[in-house]
Design a binder for this molecule. Structure first.
Ligand code: ADP
Length: 260
């Protein structure tokens, strides 16, 4: 009797252990796959501007008696590609810095309203160029323990997107709220919206709904990945609600007190 019971226990334990081991192996493999995919994406993204620059430079070198205007035009295109390369590298560096372990986290009691007002002040001229209204609708005074630089980057990316993926004459509305534990920021726009099927992917690195549109308006596909990492670094949550053709709302919830 007893022997049988023991055998049963042993068997179950071995099974549990081997399942845990398999799960761990699976997770390690998934991690490795996603790392490999990331490296391959980075290489591809960094190569694109270089390929364009090479084509532009080669075609200038191949021609004789190039008129100065054409030279200028090509050099302008090359300068744009350099700018693009720079943007990707800067975004990649920001993303790396968001890693909680790798980063020098600088937490300070911060006035969230002032932080957001500053972002809006900086982005209003850009929005105004396309007649887009940028308004802080409502707010409650909030002081929270955050890394100012990282939170600014996260909210800036959301507001920049709300302007970028909007139409001439559109609007972007923000609100700040709080309770005893968290503060909440809402960024709402009446822009082009995000198709349902894409919504679960937009926080992935280099994911873009419309690659050529994003590229045209200077996107790197890293903005939301950076925003999510920054919010997660604060143990916060970021969510998206969107309807294609109608608009998009991003909500952010961050604890008022920072915890390790
Ligand atoms: P990008 O550099 O392309 O803007 P992001 O990571 O910031 O990259 O965003 C990923 C994609 O999500 C964008 O390419 C765009 O298709 C979509 N997106 C993000 N924010 C919005 C928004 N407010 N309205 C519509 N689409 C958006």
């Amino acid at each position: 009797f007893l022997g049988d019971d023991l055998t049963l226990v042993d068997y179950t334990e071995t099974q549990v252990l081997s399942e845990a081991y398999n799960r761990m192996l699976g997770r390690m493999k998934a991690l490795d796959d996603s790392r490999q995919e990331f490296v391959s994406n980075v290489s591809h993204e960094l190569k694109t501007p270089i390929t364009s620059m090479k084509v532009l430079a080669d075609s200038l070198l191949m021609q004789e008696d190039v008129p100065p205007e054409l030279y200028k035009e090509f050099l302008q295109d090359i300068a744009e590609e350099i700018e693009r390369e720079n943007k990707i590298i800067n975004d990649l560096l920001s993303l790396v810095k968001m890693d909680r372990k790798a980063s020098d986290v600088n937490i300070q009691a911060t006035n969230i309203n002032e932080l957001i007002e500053l972002i809006l002040k900086r982005l209003r001229p850009i929005a105004a160029k396309r007649n887009i209204e940028l308004v802080l609708d409502s707010y409650k005074p909030v002081i929270a323990e955050v890394d100012e630089t990282k939170l600014t980057l996260a909210i800036s990316n959301l507001v920049e997107n709300a302007v970028k993926y909007n139409r001439e004459g559109g609007w972007v509305h923000l609100s700040i709220n709080t309770d005893h534990k968290y503060f909440y920021v809402k960024v709402e726009d009446n822009g082009i919206g995000i198709p349902q099927a894409d919504q679960e992917h937009i926080f992935e690195r280099f994911y873009r709904v419309d690659k050529s549109h994003s590229r045209e308006i200077g996107g790197t596909g890293l903005g939301l990945a950076i925003a999510r990492s920054a919010i997660m670094m604060h143990r916060g949550v970021i969510k998206v609600y969107s309807e294609e053709g109608a608009g998009t709302t991003f909500t952010v919830r961050v604890p008022l007190l920072y915890s390790e």
